[in-house]
Ligand binder design. Structure first.
Ligand code: FAD
Ligand code: GLY
Length: 378
């Protein structure tokens, strides 16, 4: 084993949107950063995602912590995107048309109404629409659509462009990115940040951030309360090719699927939510259900060519909110468990983590997301 690096900076394990964005923010403040990435940066969940920045449209009962974090992150998003795009010199296709949740019959209209009332209670700027109003905005939706809820603050990006732009920004700011470099052990040592073992080399950085998505709990050396409680939640998802940009302009959430039109002509339709470990098959059943769900709401998708089908693994935690912050071991931090919202929560994660590491800032919301919150007695 060679002693690769005793550097004063931060080493990040995992180069998805979470690792890249934290790294970029740290570099901007003058902190040296190295990312060790097992494959190629951003090619796991961060590329598999649909790129929706869902606030109202992904409200779930009893998940206020998650909602608060997304709202904080959305406040940062427009400036985050402008700064990132102008620094890296490329676009992430930030779109602000909003999302419409629709109902197709009486049953799901009642469900939509209940959720609408909850959204209003949470002071989200949503608007109830009749089926006709939905069709005026999106003429392609089925004639029998009963009602809709307009969510204007739900924006979107092209997450694959977000990945490539963050990667470019990270490198331009002077970061070191080691791809095809799997971390095989985090070696705990008393009173110091863990030593990192990767490809026969040992790294001894001043600070370590674990941001390995769904794999964060699997790296040897992380035992007991130090092992982040995350699991892979598989999502199968596909893209059709639209004939023109006005085929669908808003994101659409139907009772069965969501649909996100991208400016490159892809119509992304997702996604399954499955607890099947790291199985990477794209199944006939998932393809059938996703296409059927989209076709019920928008019959003209029947004619569209299929562009791509893929799947990814959402890092799910026990309460669906991320694990962010200190671990109790000097210089060892965790940023994982972003589940269905890692793209929307990228700016706030990068801000919270970089300011915690460099300034010791601990805002109340960050403390509530502490990685130790699931430890017994916590
Ligand atoms: P990842 O992108 O998975 O990155 C983790 C990285 O760590 C990987 O590149 C991996 O190779 C690396 N790694 C793992 N182990 C090691 C190791 N031992 N050594 C070195 N590197 C390692 N979120 C939204 O906000 N909006 C959406 O619309 C949305 N849609 C989604 C749709 C689907 C189908 C899926 C699967 C997810 C979706 N998400 C969405 C969730 C979002 O994609 C994730 O929350 C987010 O990408 C997590 O980012 P990450 O960087 O933590 O993980
Ligand atoms: N947020 C969309 C998904 O996880 O499928």
């Amino acid at each position: 084993m060679t002693d690769a690096s005793r550097h004063s900076g931060t080493l990040i394990v995992g180069g998805g949107v979470i690792g890249l964005s934290i790294g970029w923010r740290l570099l901007q403040r003058g902190e040296p950063v190295t990312i060790l990435e097992r494959g190629e940066a951003g090619q796991e969940a961060s590329s598999a995602a649909a790129g929706m920045l869902s606030i109202a449209n992904e409200v779930h009962y009893q998940e206020d912590l998650n909602l608060l974090l997304r709202m904080e992150s959305m406040r940062l998003y427009p400036d985050f995107v402008s700064e990132l795009e102008s620094f890296a010199g490329s676009s992430v296709d930030y779109r602000t048309e909003g999302a419409i949740a629709i109902s197709l019959h009486a049953d799901d209209t009642a469900e939509l109404k209940n959720l609408f009332e909850y959204q209003l209670e949470r002071k989200l700027p949503v608007r109830w629409m009749s089926g006709e109003e939905v069709r005026e905005l999106e003429p392609g939706v089925a004639g029998f659509v009963v009602a809709g809820v307009m969510c204007p603050m739900d924006h979107q990006v092209n997450n694959r462009l977000l990945v490539s732009t963050l990667r470019a920004a990270f490198l331009k700011a002077g970061g070191t990115l080691r791809e095809h470099c799997e971390v095989s052990e985090l070696r705990m040592e008393d009173g110091r940040p863990p030593a990192i073992v990767a490809q026969g080399e040992e790294w001894r950085p001043a600070r370590v951030v674990l941001a390995a998505g769904s794999w964060s709990g699997l790296i040897p050396g992380l035992d007991g309360w130090l092992r982040p409680l995350v699991r892979p939640v598989k999502g199968q998802i596909l893209a059709l090719r639209m004939p023109s940009p006005d085929f669908l302009v808003h994101m659409l959430k139907t009772p069965d699927v969501y649909m996100a039109p991208k400016s490159d002509g892809r119509l992304v339709i997702g996604a399954t939510v499955e607890e099947v470990g790291f199985n990477r098959d794209f199944t006939a059943g998932a393809g059938y259900e996703l296409l059927k769900g989209a076709w019920r709401a928008m019959p003209s998708v029947y004619e569209l060519p299929i562009d791509e089908m893929w799947c990814g693994f959402r890092p799910g935690s026990r309460d669906n909110a991320p694990l962010l912050g200190e671990t109790g071991v000097e210089g060892f931090y965790v940023a994982t468990g972003h589940y269905r919202n890692g793209i929307v929560n990228t700016p706030i994660t990068a801000k919270y983590m970089s300011e915690l590491i460099l300034d010791g800032n601990r805002p109340e919301l960050l403390l509530k997301l502490s990685p130790g919150r699931f430890a017994s007695g916590a």
